[in-house]
Design a protein around this ligand. Sequence first.
Ligand code: ZN
Length: 391
Amino acid sequence: MPESLLIRGGRLVDPIASIDALRDIRVSGIVLEIGEHLEAMSGEQVVDANGAIVSPGFIDMHVHLREPGEPQKERIETGTQAALRGGFSAIACMPNTSPALDDPASIESLLAAVAQRAHCRVYPIAAITRRREGEELCDLDALSEAGAVAFSDDGGWTRDARVMAEAAKAAAHLEAPLISHCEPEEAAAARDLLLALVSEKRWHLAHLSTRRALEMLLAARAQGARVSAEATPHHLLCTQEGAHANGTSTRVNPPLRSEDDARALREGVRDGAIDVLASDHAPHTAEEKKEGAPGFSGLEVAVGAYAAALPDLPLSRFIALLSANPARILNLEGGTLQPGRPADVTIFRDEPWRVDASSFVSLGTCTPFDGATLPRRVVATIVGGEVRYRA
Ligand SMILES: [Zn+2]
């Protein structure tokens, strides 16, 4: 039994347990007890959470960890350290690696590397088709067996509708959802929403970015499609109109949209149309960004940026979007802090801080939020009862 840890004096907000109150919480590998004014036991480590919010560990279900294949952009060590600094006790990583995560051996070797080098929990998302080329379906059963929590061809949206329909059929009996990385977004979303509707397969739309895609999502849901959706910090807050004039540094897929689209997304988060906040952490080297590589380093700014985009969002909903909901969609065991559950905890404060991308631990430092002042700051991230990050 690992030593226990007492998190004292914080405001515990756990939407699944319907708790929002000053509570102390004692953990080891799992949550041991929750109560008012718990006394520290002799020799017990105490984390003072006075004035802070204590929540189930955040989960980022859309991260590009770049391993295997592109260690100059990110490595398991740096990506998972960036996750901890951003308040994420767990991340799901995308399969657009080199080679792609398209067979059980690639999942197993990633998980072996994760066991040795990761600082937070990492759940692999496997490819839908071999080499993500959109032609030959992967063995989804075997991938699931090896540990894949979802399937996606990521940036290579599966163009052939027959292949995607086959994927929905092959994955019908699996818990793991299909994730559409829709490009071009509206046409892609329309097709995949139809496939979700007719196949009844559980589906997830990555980085939704337009009002029309959101409307189509709601229409499909109204007809019974089981589809969840996520929004990124940059699509919630940054727009084409507001983008810096220096071109390539604001390149991202899908691109930044109009103010009307961003407003629709923020409304979608507020009214429940969007289930998950996910960063789409997509680090590149400075050289690659100069050459126009699309994507931002997101993990270390995401929580502050979400809070900036959604200042009036109730705290319990903010936390559900970052913990309970991604845990439910990917069938992970986190997402709540009830006794017996994994002791993954995020502690944060509503306190402004200034982003300095040059201090990121991620190898990617391109973010539209560099220099911005954000209203919410992570102060500690605990994984399995261990304090892995403390500001
Ligand atoms: Zn992505």
